[in-house]
Design a protein. Sequence first.
Length: 389
Amino acid sequence: MMVRSKLFGFIAAVALATSAAAQQPLKIGFIGELSGPQGALGQDQYDAFMLVVERNGGKLGGVPMEIIKEDTQLKPEVANQVIDKLIEKDKVPIIAGVTFSNVFMAVYKKVVDSKVFIISSNAGPSPIAGAQCSPYAFLVNNQNDERAEVVGKYAADKGYKRVYAMAPNYQAGKDFIAGFKRFYKQPLIEEVYTPLNQLDFQAELAQLAAAKPDAVYAFYPGGLGIQFVRQWRQSGLADKLPLLTSSTVDGITLPALQEAALGVIHGSPWSPELDFPENRRFVAEFEKKYNRVPSEYAATSYDSALLLDSAIAKVKGNVANKEAFRAALKAADFRSVRGKFRFNHNQAPIQDFYAFVVVKNPQGRYTYQELAKPLPDHADSYASQCPMK
């Protein structure tokens, strides 16, 4: 009887320990620009990600979560310190978020060499979609060029002959102008790269006006976009030229711009007006919880949380089985706010891309009206350089 009692006691202790271990939360590092002029972008990413986690009772895939939020401050050196902490001290198996491409490129090799999965819901630099692709990196938003490619295709379809382009001088700025040119196919009359933190564009707009283009293409995210579009409107150019943009007039900047953004054309795979069930749910829940309309940064971060929710459930929380977890992520078994969504072999999405124009609806709300779908079911232009299968 004593032996049996000890045996039962041992079994009970093992079961208790196993149950306790099963309840240990899974750590996910969330990195993004959460302060400074671009802080609203990272905050929207984080808020949308947490919308899913909190709706699920603090879980993804049925597993309790510990989300470790870190501000990378748009500084590659800070981002590297953050990544060192997350990998070496916090021992995270997954990193989500990722706002700017220069930060992504600065930390990328360290993350994937450590065999930590990085799920970017915004930044999509071309090397990571192409020759530097990794089994541990997933782009949930899009490859940077694609938001420009759809605008370039729209400009070509409209027959614009003389286009002038402007963007900040960093990886994403170069990717966006390259993407525009890829589908516009004609030489630009000028391409101007401004310092990343420059907020005064009056001199550049004067040069632009003197060049007398048919249309202007611009990529200025976050606070840069607010300043650029306001100065564009103040210069009088808005009444003379079409302004074609990527990630310049969006859910972050439109509430500040309002009237100044009317008529601006915007290329994207998403809008709060897209009539998909998951999108309607997302927009309603986000607006109710945070009292603002979600941006693209929020939409794709929400999708990244849904992706992780589905993948973690498929492996029953065992993300240490990296092959199985990668396969579960790649399956993309979730309902996207963008409607059709699947991963290409380079682990970047294949999805529809639209051209929208900023309008004021009958309810007095500034929003987007669909003009065209120039690139349906579109794959990025770098997948052929990725050796993964």
